[in-house]
Design a protein around this ligand. Sequence first.
Ligand code: AMP
Length: 276
Amino acid sequence: MEIIKTIAALQNRLQNQPETIGLVPTMGALHNGHLSLIKTALAQTGLVVCSIFVNPTQFTDASDLEKYPRPVEADIEKLAQAGCAVLFMPDVPEIYPQKEHWHLDIGEIEHRLEGKFRPGHYQGVMQVVYKLFMAVKPDFAYFGQKDFQQVKVIEQMVKLKNLPVKTVMCPIVRDADGLAMSSRNVHLSPEERKHALILSWALHQLKKSYVKEASEELRKEAIELINAEPNVQLEYLEIVNAADLDTDISNPQIGIIALVAAKVGQTRLIDNVILA
Ligand code: AMP
């Protein structure tokens, strides 16, 4: 695997190469969720580029950025073993050589759910993903359903900017006990990890008994389950239209999804399940 740190060297490596390029953007601290994206990219494209960049502009909490795990050597090993051809690992000045003001109006979807609790987060996400798309010029880009709203935000950016890339959403990879894999799970104490299971459990129960007519009732039951769990502070649990994440589900064009965010101790976790 080639490890490349500058945009110029990356473009030099990728220019005139005949195969389709698949990009998997990550912030590192790789787990099987990330590796499932790599695997899908390998199956669908000729050359897989993974990026590892802990993007400061998408963090809304300075201590979250500071303590974000960065096990670089282990990440390199995992990617090499997975069959990734190119790892793009820029430093912050390479991506942001000067102060810049980025803003792209994608409408209400930016401000719902995560956007409410992490204002500005998706502007930072779009900013870095746009730069990665420009640097790599991928044919396909792979994102996890784990960050469902992020997928929708990026789809919206691609549409508005007419970017020549196809986005692919890959399913959530979970630990055997149901916890959605996340780089932040390493911050959970063994005790907190047990409490965190309530999130996937509540979503699982919700999906099992889901009927659209009883949405609000089932949502309340799931919220009660989570609120009864010690050490877990719920931020939101919403059942929304999967197309635009609006709580109006009367006309769900592509489906209905339940999304949850909560703090377990000091660690903020998100999860979701497609209901219909
Ligand atoms: P991150 O490094 O957290 O920014 O994640 C990089 C990519 O991996 C994003 O597209 C995430 O949605 C995806 N991802 C993270 N966790 C999982 C998971 N448990 N299953 C599937 N994809 C995931």
